[in-house]
Design a protein around this ligand. Structure first.
Ligand code: HEM
Length: 114
């Protein structure tokens, strides 16, 4: 389910006029990015402990991110979760994405400690 969610979400992201160009410029290897994001969501949802990225540093390095980018990201993620997952699972993914989005955007946009 996580794999299908990530695929659905990235199909939407890459077509989005605001987010698409940021991702196309930053991601050199989409297979590696897909694998990383699946391990991220598995770690978040299943406590699988297999994620070894550094999301705060990664997002701080992206040029000119704004709160609007985070809002669009969360909107597309919620739409994708609702399309791919049963309602109870979708609600869990959306809740976690909003919590992570809030702390990540504070850390990235305001340089707060994550
Ligand atoms: C709730 C908000 C978000 C979450 C949970 C999230 C999650 C992630 C994670 C886990 C990674 C891998 C990080 C790593 O390599 O350690 C990543 C990478 C990335 N994210 Fe996000 N992200 C969010 C918001 C955004 C936004 C708003 C943008 C841009 C509009 C964005 C653009 C990217 C890009 C371009 C990469 C790949 C960077 C690279 O490969 O160098 N993300 N994201």
């Amino acid at each position: 389910m996580i794999g299908r969610l990530v695929d659905h979400f990235y199909a939407r992201i890459r077509k989005d006029p605001d987010l698409g160009p940021i991702f196309e410029a930053a991601v050199a290897d989409w297979d590696a990015h897909r694998t990383l994001l699946i391990s991220f969501w598995s770690a978040v949802m299943l406590k699988s402990g297999g994620f070894h990225g550094q999301p705060v540093q990664t997002h701080r390095a992206l040029p000119d991110l704004t709160s609007r980018h985070f809002e669009i990201w969360l909107h597309l993620f919620a739409e994708s979760a609702s399309a791919v997952c049963p309602p109870d699972a979708a609600a869990l993914f959306i809740d976690r994405s909003r919590r992570i989005g809030a702390s990540l955007s504070r850390a990235v946009l305001h340089r707060a400690e994550p």
